[in-house]
Design a protein around this ligand. Structure first.
Ligand code: SF4
Ligand code: SF4
Length: 352
């Protein structure tokens, strides 16, 4: 039988927190699996300094209070990232989170960075997929039994669509795990387009880009495939192989998500289709929204929740394909089902 995806539509004048409260009433049976005394990790991201579309603390609080009311011990967590910015270490990351309002007082529970101060807490776990033979995750993930993933749905520079699957694959991997997922990406400079403005050189976290013969040059031996140069370049002068490289990247993400979720007993995935931007919360500031606010989706099946959300947001056209250039999300959906991550078929209930 197809897994259920519960949908709560955002009503006119309704706040995001009220919409979430409504959804939580509708999925009481799913929430009640997180019982008395359980430590429930709520995975989410605060986004970058400039991002305004991220899930807000008052929304997360609705869930934290509900869990505490049934005797569970919720905590919010995220991991450090591999690109430049305020989330490369736990000190800057937590300071950023507090500035954005993710305090204990506002959340109703603690906020922690799961992979230690410098992102070095990384444990290898054997898996057996086509591309990935071991996953690297913070040790917390290897002992976690209860997980709720809150994802702000956005576009993504590589994978087209970003929802729960990406939040798990990248967001719950350690920094070295993130690097492995990115390692198939080998960008190069289109010298005909490059004006040598220096922006990508400044942004590259591993100094892999330098000037050579009047243009930028990427040393592929140093590059970790983080994509930061692609988003930094305003002249579209950084290229990757959008077909092959992006598909392998998508496969690695699906494999990571599958490996990570196989470690955890009780799971729930919640996608927020509000303030949907072309770029993810690592890059987007208050960028224009690419689709009107829709509502919130929840399921115990990570693939079903992403697919249901994707289907609703792309009813008139695929807003995540960037004019047809990106197809990795379509490949990722198909591949994820093939490796047993979840189901592309679902039964939509709630406000339908
Ligand atoms: S950001 Fe673009 S234009 Fe500027 S140096 Fe890099 S590749 Fe060249
Ligand atoms: S060259 Fe680009 S993709 Fe490679 S590490 Fe530097 S910024 Fe990241």
């Amino acid at each position: 039988m197809a897994p259920e995806v519960y949908f709560s539509a955002l009503k006119k004048t309704q706040s995001h927190a009220d919409c979430f409260s409504e959804l939580i009433c509708g999925i009481n049976a799913d929430i009640s699996q997180f019982g008395e005394g359980s430590f429930v990790g709520i995975k989410m991201t605060v986004g970058d300094e400039k991002s305004t579309g991220n899930i807000k603390p008052e929304v997360v609080r609705v869930l934290a209070e509900k869990l505490k009311g049934q005797g569970a011990r919720p905590f919010v967590f995220d991991t450090n990232v591999i690109y430049t910015g305020q989330r490369q270490n736990a000190v800057d990351h937590l300071n950023l989170a507090y500035r954005k309002g993710f305090t204990h007082e506002n959340l109703g529970c603690p906020y922690i960075i799961a992979d230690s101060v410098f992102g070095t807490d990384s444990k290898a776990v054997k898996v057996d997929f086509h591309n990935v033979k071991e996953i690297k995750v913070p040790s917390l993930i290897t002992v976690m039994e209860d997980l709720i993933v809150l994802s702000h749905v956005t576009g993504h520079i590589m994978s087209g669509f970003a929802g729960s699957m990406k939040n798990v694959a990248m967001g719950m991997a350690s920094r070295s795990g993130k690097q492995i997922q990115h390692s198939s990406l080998k960008p190069c400079i289109d010298t005909g387009k490059c004006s040598l403005c220096g922006t990508c050189i400044e942004h590259c976290p591993v100094s892999a880009i330098s000037e050579q013969s009047g243009t930028a040059f990427i040393n592929s031996n140093l590059c970790i495939g983080c994509c930061e140069c692609i988003s930094a370049c305003k002249l579209d002068a950084v290229n990757i192989n959008w077909q092959e490289d992006a598909d392998i990247f998508a496969e690695r993400m699906a494999e990571y998500a599958c490996g990570i979720l196989s470690l955890i007993k009780r799971k729930l995935f919640i996608n927020f289709a509000f303030d949907v931007t072309r770029e993810c919360d690592c890059i987007a500031g208050d960028d224009p929204r690419i689709v009107s606010d829709t509502g919130i989706f929840a399921s115990r099946d990570v693939l079903a929740v992403d697919k249901a959300c994707f289907d609703m947001l792309t009813r008139s056209r695929d807003i995540f394909s960037r004019g047809g250039r990106i197809k990795a999300h379509l490949h990722e959906f198909k591949y994820a089902q093939e490796i047993g991550l979840g189901s592309l078929h679902y039964n939509l209930v709630g406000d339908v």
